[in-house]
Design a binder for this molecule. Structure first.
Ligand SMILES: Nc1ncnc2c1ncn2[C@@H]1O[C@H](COP(=O)(O)OP(=O)(O)OP(=O)(O)O)[C@@H](O)[C@H]1O
Ligand SMILES: [Mg+2]
Length: 294
C-alpha cells in the first residue's frame, strides 16, 4: 500500500491525506450498500484503491479513486467496450469515485511472461487492443481526444529541450496522419492485462479517442518499466518489440518508434506535473532515441 499512499499524498497533498484517512469508512459504507464481504486490498496499488472480495458468490473488485472525473471516464469506457475482452461493471457510485467490477481469476498480470515470453505477451496485448478497437465510439460521450492529451508537451518542462522539440514535431506529423479514430484503452500495458480462466482480460481503461497505434505503442513498449530498466539489454528488447508491433500492425518500424517516442515524452510531462522524479524515464527516452539511429 505504501507506493499508493505516497502517490496520493504527493499528488493531492492535504486533500489526499484526508481522502486516505476517510477511505476505510468510505469502503465500509459502500460495502454495506452493495452487500460486499471479505474485502482485501489488492497488491501493487499505485494511483487508485482496489480491494478484492465477494458479492454473494460472485468474486468482485471494488475500485475507489480520488480523481472523480477519471473514475467516471473509466466507468464510461468499460461500459462502452461492452465486455469484449474487458471486465464488466456491476455497480457504480461516481459521486464517491467507486466502481464494482468482475474479478479476473486467477488474475495474474501479463508481467509474469516478461521477459522470457515477451513476444507472446505482446501478441496477447495487441490482440486484446484490436478487439477493443472494434467498439463504436458512443454518439454522446465525454472522452477526450489524443490531441487534448498531447497538448501537455506544448508547455515548458524541465526536460532536455531536444526531446521536447522532436516530440512536438512528431505530434504534428502523427496527428495529421491519423486516418482512423477509435475509442482507445489509453493505458494498454502488461499490468492492466490479467489472466482470466484460460485467457486474458483487460482492466483499467482511461478512455480516449485517437489513432489505434497509440494503444500498441507508448506504455506497452515501456512497461513493465522497473523490470525493464534492470535488464542489461534494453536496446535489444526495445528493437525486438518495435519490430514485432510493426509487423503486427503492418506498418513501418519508424512509425511505431515515433508513436512510442511521443508517448514517452508525454508520460514524462505527466510525471513532472505530478511532482515525480523523471530521471529514469529520461534515461529510457535516451535509449529509445538511440534505437532510431541503431
Ligand atoms: N477486475 C480485476 N480482477 C482482478 N484483479 C484486479 C481487477 N482490477 C484490478 N485488480 C487488481 O488491482 C490492481 C490495481 O488495479 P488498476 O490497474 O485498475 O488500478 P490503478 O491504480 O488504476 O492502476 P495503475 O497502476 O494503472 O494506475 C491490479 O494490478 C490488479 O492486481
Ligand atoms: Mg492499472
Amino acid at each position: 500500500m505504501l507506493e499508493f499512499e505516497d502517490n496520493i499524498k504527493l499528488i493531492y497533498s492535504e486533500k489526499g491525506e484526508k481522502w486516505l484517512k476517510d477511505l476505510p469508512i468510505l469502503q465500509k459504507n459502500i460495502a454495506a450498500h452493495w452487500n460486499l464481504r471479505d474485502l482485501t486490498p489488492c497488491a501493487d496499488l499505485s494511483f487508485n484503491y482496489a480491494a478484492s472480495g465477494w458479492q454473494g458468490d460472485l468474486p468482485v473488485i471494488l475500485k475507489i479513486g480520488i480523481d472523480l472525473p477519471a473514475m467516471r471516464r473509466e466507468c464510461d469506457a468499460i461500459n462502452a467496450f461492452k465486455a469484449h475482452g474487458i471486465i464488466k461493471i456491476l455497480a457504480y457510485d461516481l459521486e464517491k469515485g467507486a466502481i464494482l467490477i468482475t474479478r479476473a481469476i486467477p488474475g495474474e498480470t501479463l508481467i509474469t511472461l516478461f521477459p522470457d515470453r515477451d513476444t507472446e505477451a505482446l501478441r496477447v496485448a495487441c490482440n486484446l487492443a484490436t478487439l477493443l478497437h472494434q467498439t463504436s465510439i458512443p454518439v454522446v460521450h465525454n472522452f477526450p481526444f489524443l490531441d487534448d492529451w498531447l497538448s501537455i508537451i506544448d508547455s515548458d518542462w524541465q526536460v532536455p529541450q531536444q526531446h521536447l522539440v522532436l516530440a512536438r514535431k512528431l505530434k504534428q506529423q502523427l496527428l495529421s496522419n491519423t486516418s482512423q479514430h477509435v475509442l482507445l484503452h489509453g493505458d494498454m500495458h502488461y499490468a492492466n492485462i490479467l489472466s482470466d480462466g484460460d485467457s486474458w482480460i483487460v482492466i483499467d481503461p482511461k478512455g480516449v479517442i485517437g489513432d489505434p497505434l497509440y494503444d500498441m505503442t507508448g506504455a506497452l513498449l515501456r512497461e513493465p518499466f522497473k523490470q525493464m530498466m534492470q535488464l542489461t539489454d534494453i536496446t535489444q528488447i526495445l528493437l525486438k518489440r518495435i519490430e514485432f508491433i510493426a509487423q503486427y500492425c503492418k506498418v513501418d518500424t519508424r512509425l511505431i518508434w515515433k508513436w512510442t517516442y511521443l508517448q514517452n515524452v508525454m508520460s514524462i510531462c505527466w510525471s513532472l506535473e505530478d511532482g515525480e522524479d523523471v530521471t529514469r524515464k529520461i534515461q529510457f527516452l535516451d535509449i529509445l532515441h538511440k534505437c532510431y539511429l541503431a
